[in-house]
Design a protein around this ligand. Structure first.
Ligand code: MG
Ligand code: ZN
Length: 222
């Protein structure tokens, strides 16, 4: 039986995640954990969000190897830390703790974590985030919610990316909406295209409101 070992690992992780949260609260920083399978378009989505959102944003890039995504973000003049997990298929709270030491926290309103592309275990590791965004792109097919319910259950919102390709694909937005809301009735769904910009207004309004509400809540405690 190795279940108790896994429980220990997760509770040690959660303890560090709470420390991360405390540090970010002290600096009034909102943190988003972005999850999807590889190739869904997370980096492009973050780039397009940075261009439209009038906040001081930093990014933490999680990949098994390479710094190609961090190089893209750096081109926008945004502080970025690349984490290479060296084979591990998810980020954990200690990796984020280390990354936070290398970001200008006193000058940051919002941190995007681009998690390792994987629809399974990242869902089990809290990082200290305010919200988890799960992305499904139209090119992946509309069956992922049924196949990987765990990650869609923890999502605060669902981003459906690449809707500009809908005319060419057998992808049913209705089916995705229905399956997702069955698992997660409180969550929001944002169909959008990082390529054409369609659907971004709604998403930007929602994330902006989330950050504002978070800051107001912290103020009311002081
Ligand atoms: Mg990427
Ligand atoms: Zn993993």
């Amino acid at each position: 039986m190795n279940i108790p070992v896994l429980t220990d690992i997760l509770s040690a992780n959660n303890l560090i995640a709470e420390q991360n949260r405390k540090l970010l609260d002290d600096h009034r920083i909102y943190m988003v954990n972005l999850l999807s399978s590889p190739g869904a378009g997370k980096t492009t989505f973050i780039e397009e969000t940075i261009k439209r959102l009038d906040l001081a944003i930093s990014v933490i890039e999680g990949d098994v190897a390479s710094d190609v995504d961090a190089v893209r973000i750096k081109k926008l003049g945004i502080p970025v830390v690349q984490i290479n997990t060296g084979g591990s298929c998810h980020l954990n709270a200690p990796m984020i703790q280390k990354a936070l030491e290398n970001l200008p926290l006193h000058k940051t309103d919002l941190i995007f974590i681009e998690n390792v592309g994987n629809l399974i275990c990242p869902a089990g590791y809290k990082l200290g985030e305010n919200i988890s965004l799960v992305m499904n792109s139209t090119t992946e097919g509309d069956d992922k919610i049924l196949k990987y319910p765990g990650i869609f259950r923890v999502a605060t919102s669902l981003i459906i990316n690449k809707i500009d390709l809908l005319p060419y694909l057998d992808y049913s937005l209705e089916k995705i909406n229905e399956n997702f809301l069955k698992l997660n009735p409180q969550a929001r769904i944002f169909p959008l295209s990082s390529k054409t910009g369609e659907g971004f207004d709604e998403w930007i309004k929602w994330i902006r409101t989330g950050v504002d509400n978070f800051c107001n809540k912290l103020k009311s405690y002081n």
